[in-house]
Each structure stands twice: as C-alpha cells, then as structure tokens.
Design a protein around this ligand. Sequence first.
Ligand code: NAP
Length: 244
Amino acid sequence: MPRNLLILGGITEARALARALVERSDLRVISSLAGRTGNPHLPVGEVRIGGFGGADGLATYLRDNCIDAVIDCTHPFAARMGWNAAKGCAATGVPLLRLERPAWMRQDGDAWDEVEDWTQAAAVVGAQSRRVLLAVGRQELEPFAGLDRIWFLIRSVEAPDPLPPFAQAEILLARGPFPYASERELLTTRHIDTIVCKNSGGPADAKLAAARALGLRVVIKNRPPRPHTPKAASVAEALSWLGD
Ligand code: NAP
C-alpha cells in the first residue's frame, strides 16, 4: 500500500521534490498550489489547485485522502498556510516538515535595517535615503509611492500594473539571479544609496554582497513568523526525512 504525501507548493524546491519522488512506487505524491497565478509552473505528477478552507478544511482533506505526511514548501513570505498546516496536521496526527531555504544572515560590513513590513521600510527610507533600488515585487510598491523626494529604481520581473503614482521612478524589468559584477555596476552607475528587498534567503545574493562592498544601506523585510515544526533546508534533507 503506497504512503500518501502532500506537498504544499510555492517554491522551486516543491517542484524539485515532486520530480525526485514521482517514480517511487511506494509513494503517492500530491502537489497543492494556491492557484493565484494564471499560468502556474506545474510540478510533475498529481496536482490539486486552490485553498482547503483554513486549517479545518485542510484537516478534512488530510483525513479524506489518507495523507500520511505533509511537506510545507510554501513561499517564505506566505504568512498563513504554514500555520494552517501546523494546525491541520496536529489535529490529524499527520507528520509535517517545513522545507525552506535558510534566511540570509547579516555579515560584517552590512548596514541593514531589518523591518517587519513595508510601512516600516517606507519610514526608514523616507528619513534617510535619496536614491533607492526597490526590489520588493511589483504588487508591493504602494507604501513607497508617496515618497516624492526619493528617486526609485523599481526592479521587477513583470511590469507593475497599475503602477502607483511615483514622483520619480524608473522601471527596470529583469529576472534574477544577477551576477555580482552587474549588480555592482547597476548600483554604482545609478548612484543608489539604499536597497529595499525581502529576506528571500538561499544562495549568497549578489546585490547584498555589492551593497556590503559599496557601503550601501539595505532595508530588508524579515520573513513572517512560522510555527515550530521539523525543518529541512534542502530537497536532499526533505528526502532523508521521508526515508526509504
Ligand atoms: P498565505 O497567506 O500563506 O495563504 C493564504 C491562503 O491561500 C491559505 O490560507 C490557503 O487557503 C491558500 N494557500 C496558500 N498556499 C496554498 C497551497 N500551497 N495549496 C493550497 N492552498 C494554499 O499565502 P499567500 O500570501 O496568499 O500566497 C499565496 C501564493 O503567493 C503562493 O503561490 C505563494 O507562493 C505566493 N507568494 C509569493 C510571495 C513573493 O514574495 N513572491 C510572497 C507571498 C506569497 P485556505 O485557507 O482556503 O486553505
């Protein structure tokens, strides 16, 4: 009888995990997506899309589908699903693992202001900055739009639509990861004094390294709190948690 695994998707590692497990005859793997994007990058294998209806809805789903284990691979800035997973799994006795890239850690030479939300970030840059690289995601620009004295370089993968009313801004459409040399050149040639970004974590980040070398301020948004659950920092660690 195969064991049933539910992967709560959102990050690249969720698809890598599904790929690594798809051939296993002892496992039935179901990947779950929130369904927010119109054209999602689908994992291989069985996929379900859409919310469960809170922690209670998830508990019902786990029971109805005889789920034996859950791996939470939701985005580090997705604030709710991890809590629902912890509650739903606790209610049903299903083991839960959280898979996420470790957050970036402040290093010697970093001038970081850590913030919990963009309102706090806007207050910090409003008081101290003149030229800002805003790398927060195209849907999270609004809190910065009233800062008329500041020139913003807004970098996003897709064009902001609508673009909030910035007094001084340039849009740069680009998809990372970006090499160190080009990040350093961008920051230097645009005379950037502050970077605003999220602590996405994972491999060393070139813009943060360049900011460190150039002595620039970084206003970095911390990840939302998560429940205490067993954690894996890589797909390999998640596979070893699942066992043979
Ligand atoms: P959230 O606050 O954690 O979740 C909100 C609700 O969405 C959950 O309560 C759940 O609905 C549903 N949901 C979330 N993840 C799900 C999954 N894997 N499978 C089924 N339902 C799920 O997350 P969010 O902020 O709404 O984010 C959802 C989407 O945006 C995800 O695709 C996430 O990866 C992405 N995201 C990206 C960023 C970024 O910075 N790029 C930041 C945040 C989120 P029910 O309560 O009905 O079960």
